[in-house]
Design a protein around this ligand. Structure first.
Ligand code: SAH
Length: 397
């Protein structure tokens, strides 16, 4: 086993449990290692810090898996991590109204670079580096000892420059007849685990969808921007919204959104589904003097269309400013971001600045981060990437 020496500036943080082995934390000369190799990390004096694997993932070159020198990284190791994680989700496993949720959340459950989601008995494994993928056989053998799934699918989230290139994500079991219908707090969603990078639903917004349905939608006009398959629109419609408008630039979004409305017995013709650049839609809405009671903003961290490059870290403030212009007085904006480039404090700073610059008063009604099945570690706050703020705005005209 190779030992990597951690730069002194990083050892304190790693002693406190920080699990990611950052590129800059190790000396460059140590860097000639195969992905998937087991490694030990030590401080500058050679003191043991932890054991893990080598795998390139964003800012990291690997993850610490254990701080216990006696642990061996084998099938048994993965099995015990899985068993603990599944145990912690038993409230979800037993809930007949929620059949889709995360079973294993990477470093939060003790194995960085690996997630497992349950979609009504169809499991989806996501591999975030070649390194973790090299443990595939061992990991699936460990999973098989514990879980009784219908089929296993995978997403290899490494090595694919921009576009998702895999054409078959099936691993084993009995293939699903996709789209299958999963439930989340009684809301039905059509999902397909074998259709590119995304499945049709982002499981980390479960509590936000429920909140919108149960407490914010009744009697409201709703605009859902960056709507993808319209999951928030469906939640709002089920919660009694007068009308929802879903806007997404991807052609697939129209059919996929109709599918989600149909899955819930809702008439999609009572709602608007627009295939359109959100920034164009803002201009259109301003021209038509459209105004909404509730606007949901859930852009990707980065996106490039023909006209626009959007980066949440740079452009969220302006996105909010445009949104404020078409929000009714005393209306609500649900501002969401999954960008790990900034935390809640900075995000609230964007909100404050946008309101100030548009002469708008606001109150924050509630805040959400990842749901409990997306388990995170205190020592690794970057892992808690989701930030959702419900704000009520007051135009001062
Ligand atoms: N809010 C969605 C998830 C959004 S995923 C949900 O709850 O399921 C991001 C979406 O933004 C993608 O569907 C992508 O097509 C869309 N998108 C990216 N840039 C856009 C733009 N400029 N205008 C409209 N949609 C955009």
């Amino acid at each position: 086993m190779k030992t990597l020496k951690i730069n002194q500036r990083y050892t304190e943080k790693m002693k406190k449990g920080y699990p990611l082995i950052e590129k800059e934390a190790v000396y460059a000369k140590d860097n000639n290692i195969d992905e998937g190799s087991l490694i030990e990390v030590c401080d500058e004096r050679g003191g043991f810090l932890g054991k893990g694997y080598y795998g390139m993932q964003n800012k990291g070159i690997g993850w610490v898996l254990t701080k216990n020198r006696d642990d061996s990284i084998d099938k048994h190791f993965f099995q015990s991590r899985f068993a603990k994680a599944f145990q912690q989700r038993s409230h979800l496993s037993q809930d007949p109204e929620t059949t889709a949720f995360r079973l294993f959340n990477g470093e939060g459950d003790g194995v960085g670079g690996l997630t497992i989601d349950n979609y009504d008995g169809y499991y989806l494994i996501q591999w975030y580096s070649k390194g973790i993928y090299s443990f595939k056989e061992m990991i699936i053998a460990a999973l098989d000892e514990l879980a009784d799934y219908k089929a296993l699918y995978q997403k290899k989230r490494f090595n694919t420059a921009g576009q998702y290139l895999e054409d078959d994500d099936f691993v084993k079991g009995t293939r699903g007849d996709f789209p299958i219908i999963v439930k989340e707090n009684g809301i039905r969603f059509a999902v397909d685990l074998n259709d590119g990078a995304m499945t049709g639903i982002f499981l980390d917004q479960r509590h936000v969808r429920k909140t919108i349905r149960d407490r914010y939608a009744r009697g409201k006009t709703v605009l859902n921007t960056f709507s993808y398959t319209g999951a928030f629109s469906v939640a709002a419609a089920l919660g009694g919204a007068i009308k929802t408008t879903s806007v997404d630039v991807a052609n697939r979004s129209l059919q996929k959104t109709i599918e989600q409305f149909n899955a819930n017995g809702l008439d999609h013709q009572e709602h608007d589904i627009k295939v359109m650049d959100v920034f164009k839609y803002f201009q259109y809405a301003a021209r038509k003097q459209l105004c909404f009671d509730l606007i949901i903003l859930d852009p990707p961290s980065f996106a490039r269309t023909k006209k626009h490059t959007f980066s949440a870290a740079k452009d969220y403030k302006n996105l909010l400013k445009e949104t404020i212009q078409i929000t009714e007085d005393a209306g609500i904006i649900v501002a969401s971001t999954n960008s790990s480039a900034f935390g809640m404090k900075k995000f609230k700073g964007f909100i404050e600045a946008a309101c100030k610059e548009t002469n708008t008063a606001f109150t924050i009604l509630e805040e959400h981060s990842l749901p409990e099945d997306f388990k995170t570690m205190k020592s690794y706050p970057e892992g808690n990437y989701l930030k959702v703020v419900f704000l009520k705005i007051h135009h001062s005209r």
